[in-house]
Design a binder for this molecule. Structure first.
Ligand code: NAD
Length: 300
């Protein structure tokens, strides 16, 4: 079975790798707009690379995309749709608007194919380990056919409803997480300025009510000031923009999400567009006085 994997970035590289490794019957053909990336992937995995989107998609039973945003997805669709075969299933793991997911759902169905919007959560580590959570919108029968393939790189795959429901679920995920990371940055900065042993503080809190995925997986990097990995500030800004646009059409108020969106813009202005977005910590550090007291007094 031929499977086209388009977009070999931080996430897509690993996802395509799992698809290729899972089953010898998977004939994987990859493409990325960055020259040489497909070739590099094919040298490190079992599979081939194509020179164009159309060459990868033509004859494929499944198309798996992991692209930055609506703009690149729309670009890829211009080349992919004319050659997408009848009955073929396009699974898109990019985080995009619900509107483009619905539009591609309709256009794909009109030519006898299927489009599933399947944004993911779990980060680059989740992609590398094959433990992502996938939130899928689209036709239920197509979902049932695609589920085993998604299972090669995901620990949880859920059908959320019709086209767009996957993206709306991912937006909910982002609303729930942005404030958490900012709160963690504030807590770590506070503990450090109070002269506490912050690693010990984190260890204590991991067993308490403030524990989170962010605390478990990001606190050490935030304390070390290491941000050269993961989910970039610019992609998180894109997600916050998608969420706020969607919420405004629904009349929903999201004050914390909007505020953290502004903080992410500050990080961007600090030169952190490509840093993991837990670099909110760096903004927190920069926007407060630097004189940290020593150990807390016994009498205070
Ligand atoms: P990335 O920028 O590392 O990768 C995107 C890839 O798409 C790049 O290699 C780029 O060259 C390629 N691309 C761009 N335009 C293309 C085109 N026209 N044709 C083919 N390839 C093209 O991004 P990423 O971090 O891998 O994220 C991908 C998607 O997954 C985004 O929508 C992001 O919001 C979402 N996501 C990322 C993470 C994460 O931790 N990185 C977590 C969850 C969701």
């Amino acid at each position: 079975m031929r499977i086209a994997c388009l977009g070999l970035g931080r996430m897509g590289w690993h996802m395509a790798g799992h698809v290729a490794a899972a089953d010898e019957a998977h004939e994987v053909v990859v493409f990325d707009v960055v020259e040489g990336l497909g070739d590099r992937w094919a040298r490190e995995h079992r599979g081939a690379f194509a020179d164009t989107v159309a060459a990868a998609v033509d004859g494929s039973a499944f198309v798996v995309t992991s692209l930055p945003s609506d703009r690149e997805l729309a670009e890829v669709s211009q080349e992919a749709l004319p050659v997408l075969g009848r009955g073929a299933i396009w699974i898109d793991h990019s985080t995009t608007s619900a509107a483009i997911a619905r539009e591609l759902g309709e256009r794909t169905a009109a030519q006898g194919g299927h489009f599933l919007d399947g944004p993911v959560s779990g980060g680059v580590d989740g992609a590398r380990q094959g433990t992502l959570s996938v939130m899928v919108g689209g036709d239920e029968d197509a979902f049932a056919r695609a589920e085993p393939l998604m299972g090669t790189y995901a620990g949880r795959v859920r059908h959320m409803g019709p086209s767009g429901a996957g993206q709306l679920t991912k937006m909910t995920n982002q609303i729930c997480v942005v404030g958490l990371c900012q709160a963690l940055a504030e807590g770590l900065d506070f503990a450090s300025r109070a002269g506490l042993d912050v690693e010990k503080v984190v260890e204590a809190m991991l067993q308490g009510s403030s524990t989170s995925w962010q605390m478990e997986n990001r606190a050490d990097r935030m304390l070390a000031g290491e941000y050269d990995f993961g989910f970039s500030t610019s992609l998180m800004r894109k997600d916050v923009g998608l969420v706020l646009d969607q919420a405004s059409t629904m009349g929903v108020s999201l004050p914390v999400t909007a505020l953290v969106g502004q903080f992410l813009a500050d990080v961007d202005a600090m030169g952190g567009a490509a840093w993991d977005w837990c670099s909110l910590m760096e903004r927190q550090r920069q926007f407060a006085p630097r004189d940290v007291p020593t150990a807390p007094s016994e009498h205070s």
